[in-house]
Design a binder for this molecule. Structure first.
Ligand SMILES: [Mn+2]
Length: 251
């Protein structure tokens, strides 16, 4: 009896220590994250729309001794209404239709996010420039940055989320810095990750799709991708991110 109690107590104490350590890690790491990232995250989570500002100019030219890159904000076609999610805004829609709410639920269950709303947004939507002024100052980049191979592992990722990830990289990175994007399929079974994905990116010479022969798990799949890269620098990205000017947003 006493022994059992003692074990439980020990177990409880251990759990408490682990929990406290977990909390410390959580808060510690979030404090360590730069204020820029926090601001970005807050801005994107906050329902307020004050961050949605029109780009001051259609493009910004970054000139360095060996690098010249133009950040282009995609402009909207005035003939059409502003698409949902434009400039990083959230999709606002009251779902009253039973069929739609079933689809929303299905997307949540499958992906853990509102896939239905994601699918409503453009895969090349506009994003605001959320860089801190310090980051925008000239001379922040090295003039001779090396090119990188980007490895993205996906497993049954939603179509719009995965495709938006790739577009955002290609659309907002200096082309000479992105040597290739290696998409590693960790044995997905959703059909859109197969032929449809291959055909979609067939005209994108930098995008390659690598299929793991059997389920690897995230880290092994990343290593598989890494072994199949050609640049000296490898960048690992999740399959559900969106790159905006000078920064990657974790969605
Ligand atoms: Mn992630």
């Amino acid at each position: 009896m006493f022994r059992a109690f003692g074990k439980k107590w020990l177990l409880g104490a251990l759990f408490s220590i682990v929990a406290v350590m977990g909390l410390l890690t959580l808060f510690g790491s979030s404090w360590e994250i730069s204020s820029i990232q926090n601001t970005v995250r807050q801005r994107f989570i906050a329902p307020s729309t004050d961050f949605i500002t029109e780009p001051t100019a259609d493009s910004e030219i970054v000139t360095k001794s060996s690098t010249k890159f133009e950040y282009v904000s995609q402009t909207l076609d005035p003939r059409f209404p502003t698409p949902p999610g434009d400039m990083g805004s959230g999709v606002v829609m009251e779902v009253t239709d039973a069929a739609i709410s079933a689809l929303v639920k299905q997307g949540y269950d499958m992906q853990g996010l509102n896939q239905f709303f994601s699918d409503l947004m453009s895969v090349q939507r506009r994003l605001p420039d959320v860089r801190d002024n310090w980051c925008k100052e000239p001379g922040r980049f090295l003039s001779d940055l090396p090119e990188t191979s980007i490895v993205i592992v996906f497993y049954n990722e939603a179509w719009s989320v995965l495709v938006r990830t790739v577009h955002s990289i290609l659309d907002r990175s200096p082309p000479n810095l992105v040597k290739e994007i290696v998409l590693v399929d960790d044995c997905s079974y959703l059909p859109h990750t197969k032929t449809q994905l291959e055909e979609y990116f067939r005209t994108f010479p930098k995008v390659r799709i690598l299929r793991a022969p059997e389920r690897q798990g995230l880290i092994r799949a990343r290593l598989l991708g890494a072994q199949n890269t050609t640049a000296q620098i490898i960048t690992f990205l999740d399959a559900h991110v969106e790159c905006t000017v000078g920064i990657t947003l974790l969605l």
